[in-house]
Design a protein around this ligand. Structure first.
Ligand code: SAM
Length: 474
């Protein structure tokens, strides 16, 4: 940490305040998922548990919370009511400014907090292509999409530097680049707080330059790219913009008046940067009691690409439209088919039925990993509903719903366990609910409820809400 303070002392207004802020715990920021609930319901949940919180003020439907243990393991989190995301990272999508009907690329998307902000802000007319190179991180991206119930996202798994799309395919591109991560120091345990390493920074800067080059190729002339990192290192921020933009893009002023920021640097260790780079925003932790972040909104000019990429066709395929699964779901759970009227189901490899908004189409190149959320699986020729689809549409379901009333039963269900239960439903798949929380899929037969909760959201056996006030509340 000392080396970090020393390295940036010359550009900081108050190095001592910077040092102190790095030692303070970071408030936990959450934003509310409009597909599942309202800010009022989340506020009531927090109040009920004596958790201190305040609205963010500069970003809608978001709260800063102070004494909250493990928010990601609570019932509202499992039910997809909110997303935990570092406050300052929300600035990237604020600058991207997604509009209804846009087609937006998130080039480096996992675990998906910003992708989700984009998908929700655009409404269901728009489409997000969420790309991630690392397969294990793709799983975390998929969980974010499914848990929040996002139907307007197609995910792909390619190296973003060579992502196969025709030039100018997107209205906006988010490049939240891999980086040395200095700005996340407050989140990390002391033993995981490494110092800035010139070698790594140099390596990652060359990847960042290639990714920004590809973003410039894929956005439309007049479109916007947001370049962001969670590091202070000018080598990965201003230097990347200086090396790559040329006459193909310029950094626009898009201030966030409610937050304190420092302009992008004009000079660093003998290097001078072009004037528009001062329009970028540097956030140091002591400015707004957050992590550190760098963000720049780039307007693409009409200048030609230096080396136009070989066009590669983007064709539909890999999945075929289907309505039979939707009919089965409505029949089993007693809901109107009209709730799916603006949506399309897709069958891929006869194993899975996906559900997306009607204008979110599967791709063949680059191959679609996911489209929207999974509605059903096909197990031994029979449909099995997914927990995430039941959570997303739980409020509409009338039949084969089990309402749990005891907290201990709820947590055993969420741990994936089977348990005896008296319920008035015919054998088969059921939707399980606890008060206002739509929990997901179970199998009910012979007085036993078998949990079908997927591993990705399962809680350890016996875990109870650590913030609960009394035994009678969840
Ligand atoms: N935007 C994400 C969010 O809000 O949750 C965080 C992105 S994180 C800063 C950068 C991501 O880029 C990592 O998941 C990393 O695996 C991925 N990545 C690294 N190199 C990449 C490449 N060449 N192409 C695509 N993704 C890449």
């Amino acid at each position: 940490m000392e080396k970090l303070v020393e390295r940036y002392a010359a550009i900081l207004d108050d190095p001592e305040a910077f040092r102190r802020s790095l030692q303070q715990p970071l408030p936990i920021c959450i934003w509310v998922n409009p597909h599942k609930t309202t800010p009022e319901a989340v506020a009531a949940y927090l109040q009920d548990r004596d958790i201190d919180f305040e609205p963010l003020g500069w970003y809608p439907w978001a709260f800063r919370t102070y004494n909250w243990e493990k928010p990601g393991t609570t019932l509202p989190s499992i039910a997809g009511w909110f997303q935990v995301q570092e406050e300052i990272a929300l600035t990237a999508v604020r600058l991207l400014d997604p509009q209804p009907g846009d087609r937006i690329l998130d080039l480096c998307a996992a675990p998906g907090g910003k992708m989700a902000q984009i998908a929700l802000q655009m409404g269901e007319d728009g489409v997000v292509v969420a790309n991630e190179v690392q397969v294990p991180r793709l799983a975390s991206l998929r969980t974010t999409i499914e848990r929040l119930g996002l139907l307007n996202v197609v995910s792909t798994n390619q190296d973003g530097r060579f992502l196969e799309f025709l030039p100018h395919s997107f209205d906006r591109v988010l490049l939240d680049a891999p980086c040395s991560g200095e700005g996340t120091l407050r989140k990390r345990k002391p033993q995981a707080r490494g110092e800035w390493r010139a070698g790594y920074s140099q390596y990652v800067a060359s990847v960042q330059c290639q990714l920004l080059e590809r973003a410039l190729q894929l956005v439309k002339p007049g479109g916007r790219i947001v370049y962001s990192t969670c590091t202070f290192a000018p080598e990965e921020n201003e230097t990347v913009l200086e090396r790559v933009l040329g006459d193909r893009g310029y950094v626009e002023p898009v201030p966030i008046p409610e937050l304190t920021a420092m302009p992008g640097l004009r000079q660093w260790q003998g290097q001078t940067f072009r004037e528009d780079i001062a329009n970028a925003q540097r956030y140091f932790p002591h400015f707004n009691n957050t992590g550190g972040f760098f963000v720049a909104a780039i307007r693409r000019t009409a200048a030609q690409l230096s080396s136009p990429p070989t066009p590669s066709p983007v064709i539909l395929g890999g999945a075929v439209p289907d309505r039979e699964g939707i009919r089965w779901f409505c029949d089993r759970f007693g809901c109107q088919e009209a709730i799916f009227q603006n949506q399309q189901a897709w069958v891929k490899s006869k194993e899975k039925v996906w559900l997306s908004t009607a204008n979110c189409q599967p791709l063949q190149r680059p191959e679609t990993q996911n489209i929207g959320i999974s509605l059903l699986r096909v197990v031994r020729g029979e449909y099995k509903p997914t927990t995430f689809a039941l959570q997303r549409f739980g409020g509409f379901l009338q039949r084969h719903v089990i309402e749990l009333t005891e907290e201990a039963v709820v947590w055993r269900f969420l741990a994936g366990e089977s348990q005896p239960l008296n319920a008035d439903v015919t054998p088969g798949y059921v939707h399980v609910r606890y008060g206002e929380f739509e929990l997901g899929c179970g199998w009910y037969q012979n007085g036993i409820l078998r949990s079908q909760i997927p591993k990705s959201v399962r809680s350890p056996s016996g875990l109870l809400d650590p913030n609960k006030k009394s035994k009678n509340k969840d």
